[in-house]
Structures are given as C-alpha cells and as structure tokens.
Design a protein around this ligand. Structure first.
Ligand code: HEM
Length: 184
C-alpha cells in the first residue's frame, strides 16, 4: 500500500497529490491567462479573468502547503546513477520551479492589488489587497507576471523533458515514483 508520507526511496501520496493538483492547476492558469488577455472586451473575458485569479490564488495556497509538507517530510534520494553534476543541476531546476510557482501567482496578486481590483476566490472568500493603489506598480507587476510566465514555460519544458529522459532513456524509477503505480 502507498504511504501518505515520503520515504527515502519514494514520494508518498501527499506529495504526489500536491504535485499533480498543482501541475493541472498551473497548466489551466497558463492557458486561461493566454486566452483571456487576447479576447476582446466581453462578459466572457471578464469571467475568465475572475476564474484565472481564483485559480491562481488557490494554486498559491497549494504551493505553500506543498513546501511545508516537503519541509516536514524526508526528500527521496536522487538515483545514484546520476553524476554529482547532474544531481546539482536537477536540484537547481527544482528550486527554480519552487521559486516560480510562488512568483507566478504572487506577481498576479500584486498586479491585481496595485490596480485596486477586489479579489474574491470562486465567489467564496474575499482576499485583501496586498498593496496600495499604484499605476506604476501595476505596470511593473504586469511585466513581471508575463516574464515569469515565459521563464516558467522554459523550465517546465526542461522538467518534463528530464522526466521523460529518465523513463525512456535511462530506464530508472524517477518518473514512476511520482505516479501511484507499483515500482519495479
Ligand atoms: C500559477 C498561477 C498563475 C499563472 C500560471 C498565471 C499565468 C498568466 C498568464 C500566462 C497570463 C497572460 C500574460 C500576458 O499575456 O500578459 C496572465 C495574465 C494575468 N494574470 Fe495570471 N497567472 C497566475 C496567477 C494569477 C493570480 C493569482 C492573479 C491575480 C490575483 C493573476 C492575475 C492576472 C492578470 C490580471 C492578468 C492580465 C495581465 C495584464 O493585463 O497585464 N494571475 N497570467
């Protein structure tokens, strides 16, 4: 049976659930963001913005939970077949992903706050604004939000490419241990 917590040689159900929930959430938020900014003004555009922001704040909460969970669990060892240089590169890539998972929603939150827009998550929870109203800050945060999107997209391509390389080229357990399947 799969354990809730991580072990030295694998991710538990908690870490896997958070990984895949956040992955699906970020993919959806990226797609929604891309579509909504390119839509002409309409009720639909407005609704997509509201949905994007609600999803983004939910992702931010899940990412904070994920980081806390990682903190209070052991982190599984990387396969010993990787060279020290490869292990360092993988570690740096993962740290970049954590930073971007925070910066992406945070820059959106700052952008929304500086524009003095009310923020209501799925019509359920009212979220206070982080900053006073400022057109300059809103502009800066908007540029950052778009820049983080491109950096995140690039790091994700590398991340997914690395996972596929582990599975199909190196034939190790790295991809499989993030999936709820029995290990070889
Ligand atoms: C993981 C979370 C998020 C992702 C992946 C994401 C992604 C994106 C993307 C791809 C765009 C289109 C960028 C462009 O073409 O200018 C965008 C725009 C936008 N996002 Fe997010 N976003 C996230 C979270 C948030 C949050 C939490 C908020 C607000 C509370 C937010 C507010 C906005 C706004 C207002 C825009 C329009 C930007 C503009 O008009 O300059 N986003 N987002």
């Amino acid at each position: 049976m799969m354990k809730i917590r991580n072990t030295r040689d694998g991710w538990g159900a908690g870490a896997q659930l958070l990984h895949w929930l956040i992955a699906a959430g970020i993919a959806t938020a990226m797609l929604l963001g891309w579509i909504m900014v390119n839509l002409p003004n309409s009720a639909t555009k407005f609704e997509l913005y509201a949905l994007h922001k609600s999803l983004g704040i939910t992702i931010l909460a899940l990412v904070l939970l994920r980081m806390a969970w990682r903190w209070i669990n052991v982190v599984p060892d990387m396969p010993g077949t990787l060279s020290p240089r490869e292990q360092k590169l993988a570690g740096a890539g993962h740290m970049a992903l954590y930073a971007l998972m925070l910066l992406m929603p945070l820059s959106g939150y700052v952008l929304n706050s500086a524009a003095n827009f009310p923020l209501n998550v799925f019509g359920l929870v009212q979220i206070p604004n982080l900053t006073p109203e400022s057109e300059t800050l809103a502009d800066v945060a908007s540029v950052m939000h778009l820049a983080f999107f491109w950096v995140l997209a690039a790091v994700l391509v590398a991340h997914i490419g690395a996972a596929l390389r582990h599975h199909f080229v190196l034939h190790d357990d790295v991809l499989r241990r993030m999936l709820p399947v029995r290990r070889r």
